[in-house]
Design a protein around this ligand. Structure first.
Ligand code: GRF
Length: 358
């Protein structure tokens, strides 16, 4: 027979004892509650933030019956016992209790937490009055944490029940050599759901670039491809390796963001009309690597950024979108480039979000 590893939730009295032990040590117990019937990354991030408000945390889970009362007859997705087991396994969680009421009032009174954490659109004043009164009675500090954008049980359910007729997410492959600020902008647009896409691979020729570090930190699969001695060229093996990585990751659209080596075959043909670059000037003006300085040197009053398709001729493919940026008195190339990048951070995700209509 399989050993039973399931978790037995604690009783409110046991958690009350934990609270008293912490209190004697000058430590704080954090309390939060919810249904958590389909645990996702938004929950995990929220729970980590809540746990950081004290020294230990108890999560009060709504029982199956109370989840049904709150969320409707098809919920909970995972049963109480499983939810308690998964919740207790999280690093942020020290104890789990299950409660049957719609409100956590009685539990708050029994546990007497030092800190009460709640996620979402609440303010201390819009909390349920009964719960608020119980929190005041036990002297709990109330902390409202913002919800993590783009992660919700409802969205997850929508994705799970999506049929093939619905538009599928764009699978992006990103290539970069530098700072990765445009990668950050794409990641943020995806998490705020203004861009329906997934970054399935990030490739760089610079193993210690911030671009690659950011991709790793975001959990994006990464590849470092050696490019050879010339920092602007890629040897044939490098060109081939990039094509293979992109194909293996089943990339729909390739995005070059500050990728400093020139791409050639086979990538150009494989991804013809599906390969975009962002460039810091209003093309066709100021092609090449010194575009920002060139605009300053020419005494221009404005410059900008361009998102365009990549073809064999450098910075000359079809222009998909542009944004203007004024050049101000006293601008250095560095300051101006930062302002251009801010425009890029809006323009590039917009172009990708509109991709199917292009
Ligand atoms: C951007 O300015 C882009 O136009 C150029 O390289 C820069 C990349 O910046 N091709 P980052 O790495 O996204 O911060």
């Amino acid at each position: 027979m399989q050993p039973d590893h399931s978790y037995t939730p604690m009783t409110p009295a046991e958690v009350g004892e934990l609270r008293d032990t912490l209190d004697q040590q000058g430590k704080k117990l954090v309390f939060t509650n919810g249904c958590f019937d389909l645990l996702h990354a938004g929950h995990v991030r929220y729970l980590n933030q809540a746990r950081a408000l004290g020294d230990a945390m108890v999560v009060a889970l709504n029982s199956d019956a109370s989840v049904r009362e709150l969320k409707g007859p098809t919920r909970p997705i995972n049963r109480e016992r499983d939810r308690a087991e998964v919740m207790a396994a999280l690093r942020a969680v020290d104890a789990v209790v299950v409660f049957g009421d719609k409100r956590a009032t009685a539990l708050i009174e029994a546990i007497r937490p030092h800190v009460y954490a709640k996620g979402g659109d609440y303010t201390a004043d819009s909390l349920n009055p009964e719960e608020r009164a119980a929190l005041d009675k036990v002297g709990a500090e109330i902390k409202i944490l913002s919800l993590v954008a783009g992660r919700s049980t409802t969205k997850t359910i929508e994705r799970m029940t999506a049929t093939g007729d619905q538009p599928k997410h764009l699978r992006l492959g990103v290539l970069g050599s530098g700072e990765g600020s445009n990668l950050r902008a794409i990641v943020d647009a995806i998490s705020h759901e203004t861009l329906e896409a997934e970054i399935v691979i990030a490739i760089s020729d610079q193993s210690d670039s911030r671009f690659l570090k950011l991709a790793k930190a975001e959990g994006i699969p990464t590849q470092h491809v050696q490019g050879g001695a010339n920092p602007r060229r890629f040897d044939n093996a490098g060109q081939q390796a990039i094509a293979e990585h992109l194909q293996q990751a089943e990339v729909d659209v390739v995005v070059l963001i500050g990728f400093m080596r020139i791409l050639k075959e086979p990538v150009l043909s494989l991804y013809a009309d599906r390969l975009v670059n962002v460039h810091p000037s209003l093309l066709p003006k100021f092609k090449g690597a010194n575009a920002v300085q060139m605009a300053l040197d020419e005494g221009e009053l404005e410059t900008g950024c361009t998102v365009h398709l990549v073809t064999p001729e450098i910075d000359a493919g079809r222009i998909l979108a542009q944004a203007k940026v004024p050049i101000l008195v006293g601008d250095s190339a560095e300051i101006l480039h930062q302002r251009i990048k801010q425009a890029e951070h809006k323009l590039l995700p917009q172009v990708l979000a509109e991709w199917k209509r292009i």
